[in-house]
Write a protein that binds this ligand. Sequence first.
Ligand code: DGL
Length: 282
Amino acid sequence: MALNRQGAIGVFDSGLGGLTVAAALANALPHESMIYLGDTARVPYGTRSPATVVRYARTNTDFLLKQGVKLVIVACNTVSAHALGGLAEGATTPVLGVIRPGARTALARSRGGDIAVLGTPATIRSDAYLHAIHEVDPDRRVHAIACPLFVPLVEEGWLDHPVTTLVAREYLAPLAGTAVDTIILGCTHYPLLRAVISAVAHELIGHPVALVDSAEALAIEAGALLDRANLRAPDATAPGAHRFFVTDAPSTSQRVAERFWGSAVDGDSPLILEHVDVVTSA
Ligand code: DGL
């Protein structure tokens, strides 16, 4: 089936953290419509086995494809790390993940020092960022750290809470005395902890480090892909329409969703969450 320029960009995540990626897309591509799916009934993915992550990713992708999207964006680092190849294989709709754009931006921002990657246990176990960095620079030293408590702390809204600083000190302790000059925020939630991570890293490493959020790099890559495939929205004057679906009851997600979406967008776009059951509708 030919892809439709008028179709929306489909974005999915294990939950609501992917709204940081959706927000970057909305900012970079304001005339594109977007359908966001947050699998809030099955979040978190970051502590699950690769086979489960792949299975969940498939149902989410199938839902978006049924909506006629022209591009699928995997906003979730954990899914990008474990399932991107499988989702893209044989698909007529292009599929983009966050790992490669993040790795490439980190290499571009680094001044030749080591790179640290922070992510969920599943992302870190996959070594996906390590491989993506070594594809470009095989000799670059990479420090990978799983930070499982960061996701619940962000969901709780403890963005500048002393407990969050203590937890960050514990996770980032192995970076003390290293030559790290760039840190990849390899999880949808971590951009909201930018201030804490930056301060703790500075304190431990002894100089400021660059923090890389894959979302902005991904948004640029998505725009370039739409141009190459001649898939840009035909009307470059009208703002794109945005729809947001969640798999758990929307009422439980509204507050957290607004935190993720509102953190990066001008705040004008209304965030109305609609419910969908991607398992039974598959
Ligand atoms: N979206 C996930 C990621 O970026 C974080 C939340 C989860 O564990 O599902 O890895």
